[in-house]
Design a protein around this ligand. Structure first.
Ligand SMILES: [Zn+2]
Ligand SMILES: [Zn+2]
Length: 282
C-alpha cells in the first residue's frame, strides 16, 4: 500500500494518466482514469458495494471520483452507475442513446455527451467518445488525453472495428481493448448456434484475431502498454489472447501486454512508464 501511495504521489505520475482496471468481463467492467486533477470512472458495472470495495482496496475514497462515464446500457457496464453517481456526488455522463435505454433523465440523472465531441473534465483531462457497433446499444470507445499529449484508449464491446476507431487509436500510448473470444473455442463450445452467431457478428464482440488485426494497424514504437479486457471465461484463455495479439503486432510492439481479469484490480499503468505497477492491495 505504502509503495503504491508513494508511487502515486510522485511527480512522474501526476504528469501522466493512470489507468487501473477495477475488473473486466461479462460480470462487470470498470476502469479508473486519473491524473493530477481528475478521476474518471469509465463504466460502473459492478454492484455499488463491490465498486466501493475495489476502489477502497487501492486507497481511493469514492468521493474522489469526479465523473462516471457510461459507455453503453448493458448491465455489465452501467449496473450501479446511477446509484454511485448519486451517493458519491459524481457527475454521470453518457450519450443520448444510452440515457434513453437506461431511462435516465437528462440534466436530472445524467449529463449528455455527443459522440465524437470532446468533453473536458477538470483541469486537463479530456475524453472523446467514439461510436462502435454493438447490438442493442449506442456504445462508445473512450479516448482520453491530457495537455501533455498523453493519450489512452478504453475499447470494449464491439463486433468489429471502424475506420474512425482506428484513426483515434493511432496515437495512443496505452490501449485497453477487449479480446473476447477465441474463434475455434467459441465455435466448438457449448453455446447454441444463435448465440455463437450473435457474439461473432457485427454487433457482438471482438475475437482475439480481430483485436490482433486492429492492434497491428495502430501499433507504433511509442505504444507503451496494451491491456486485453473482457475475455470470455468459456470461449477464451489468457494465453490464447496474448499470443494472437503479440503475433499480430510483431516486432513493432516494444511495450508491455497484460490481461485485465474479472476480479481486479491487479495493476495500474501510467502513460510514460514502461512497466505496470502491481498493486499492493489492502
Ligand atoms: Zn455490451
Ligand atoms: Zn460488456
Amino acid at each position: 500500500m505504502d509503495s503504491f501511495k508513494g508511487r502515486f504521489l510522485s511527480d512522474l505520475i501526476w504528469m501522466s494518466i493512470q489507468i487501473t482496471h477495477l475488473g473486466s468481463g461479462s460480470r462487470g467492467n470498470s476502469t479508473l482514469l486519473r491524473n493530477s486533477s481528475s478521476s474518471i470512472l469509465v463504466d460502473c458495472g459492478f454492484s455499488l458495494k463491490q465498486t466501493e470495495k475495489r476502489l477502497g482496496s487501492i486507497g481511493i475514497d469514492p468521493s474522489e471520483i469526479d465523473a462516471i462515464l457510461v459507455t453503453h446500457n448493458h448491465k455489465d457496464h452501467s449496473g450501479s452507475a446511477l446509484n454511485a453517481s448519486k451517493k458519491w456526488g459524481s457527475e454521470l455522463f453518457c450519450n443520448i442513446g444510452t440515457a434513453n435505454r437506461m431511462e435516465w433523465q437528462k440534466e436530472v440523472d445524467c449529463s449528455i455527451i455527443s459522440n465524437l465531441e470532446r468533453v473536458d473534465f477538470g483541469d486537463g483531462l479530456s475524453i472523446v467518445p467514439v461510436p462502435v457497433p454493438h447490438d442493442g446499444s449506442d456504445n462508445v470507445a473512450v479516448i482520453a488525453s491530457d495537455r501533455r499529449g498523453n493519450r489512452v484508449a478504453v475499447v470494449t464491446d464491439l463486433g468489429e472495428s471502424t475506420e474512425e476507431l482506428v484513426r483515434h487509436l493511432r496515437n495512443c500510448s496505452h490501449i485497453s481493448i477487449e479480446s473476447n473470444y477465441d474463434h475455434s473455442k467459441l465455435m466448438e463450445g457449448p453455446y447454441p448456434d444463435s448465440l455463437k452467431r450473435r457474439i461473432s457478428g457485427r454487433g457482438g464482440h471482438l475475437s482475439n484475431l480481430q483485436t490482433s488485426e486492429i492492434l497491428a494497424k495502430v501499433c507504433h514504437r511509442e505504444l507503451e502498454s496494451v491491456v486485453l479486457c473482457h475475455l470470455s471465461e468459456k470461449n477464451n484463455a489468457p494465453h490464447l489472447a496474448e499470443s494472437e495479439v503479440l503475433m499480430g503486432m510483431g516486432e513493432n510492439f516494444k511495450g508491455e501486454i497484460s490481461i485485465s481479469k474479472q476480479d481486479g484490480p491487479e495493476f495500474s499503468h501510467w502513460t510514460g512508464q514502461l512497466e505496470s505497477e502491481r498493486l499492493a492491495l489492502v
